[in-house]
Design a protein around this ligand. Structure first.
Ligand SMILES: Nc1nc2c(ncn2[C@@H]2O[C@H](COP(=O)(O)OP(=O)(O)OP(=O)(O)O)[C@@H](O)[C@H]2O)c(=O)[nH]1
Ligand SMILES: [Mg+2]
Length: 190
């Protein structure tokens, strides 16, 4: 299988109505702030500067579209959106559920969560929304280089008891990046 995603930043949207119009499949990257979403995008593309393109300070947009060979990845700001105003937060809390509810292109979601303290309350709220909407999701346990091999296995196993699709990721581990590329390719081409 082709695992080179050829990821490229396309555009951002500040509201659901402004989301890019296209006919391809799309997967969403969600998770807490600092979980490692942007780092994952950069690792997937082998380009350390890619995700920053959409993260101009003070101009953070809600939906960030990255084109890859088989479709699109949409990167979201972390839950909590700590760096934006109250007004912005309120607007985003209206726009985000619209995206998950109405976006026909959306076929799956990757939830990024730090392997050292995974699946916090906000992640579980996301899961509950995705289950209600019958959207498949993969739990990505990030920063796996921060724990021992046995702690990694324990975290994978305990999360697999609850969630059907679980994988570990470290931006320092090429094998895990290749695995993530494969998961994305499979989701987008099924
Ligand atoms: N050791 C290690 N650090 C990582 C890894 N992935 C991300 N980080 C670090 O974690 C921090 C946050 O990463 P980001 O990719 O900016 O996190 P984010 O989820 O995009 O955060 P928001 O944009 O705020 O939602 C950065 O300092 C990264 O260098 C990893 O696999 N291993
Ligand atoms: Mg980010």
């Amino acid at each position: 299988m082709e695992t080179n995603l050829d990821l490229q930043f396309v555009t951002s949207a500040a509201s659901y109505d402004q989301c890019l119009n296209h006919e391809e499949r799309e997967i969403a990257f969600v998770g807490a702030s600092n979980a490692g979403k942007s780092s994952a995008i950069n690792a997937l593309s082998n380009n350390k500067k890619l995700a920053k393109v959409s993260k101009t300070p003070g101009k953070t947009k809600l939906f960030n579209f990255f084109k890859c060979k088989q479709g699109y990845i949409v990167d979201f700001p972390g839950y909590g959106f700590s760096k934006v105003s109250k007004v912005q937060k309120k607007e985003w809390s209206r726009e985000i559920p619209k995206y998950f509810q109405y976006r026909d292109n959306l076929i799956g979601v990757l939830i990024f969560t730090d392997i050292r303290h995974p699946m916090k309350e906000s992640d579980l709220e996301m899961v509950s929304m995705l289950v209600d909407l019958k959207l498949p999701f993969i739990v990505v346990l990030t920063k796996s280089d921060k724990v021992s091999e046995s702690e990694k296995k324990d975290a994978e196993e305990s999360n697999k008891k609850i969630f059907s699709d679980v994988m570990s990721l470290s931006i320092k581990d090429q094998e895990s990046i290749t695995d993530l590329r494969k998961e994305i390719s499979v989701l987008l081409s099924n």
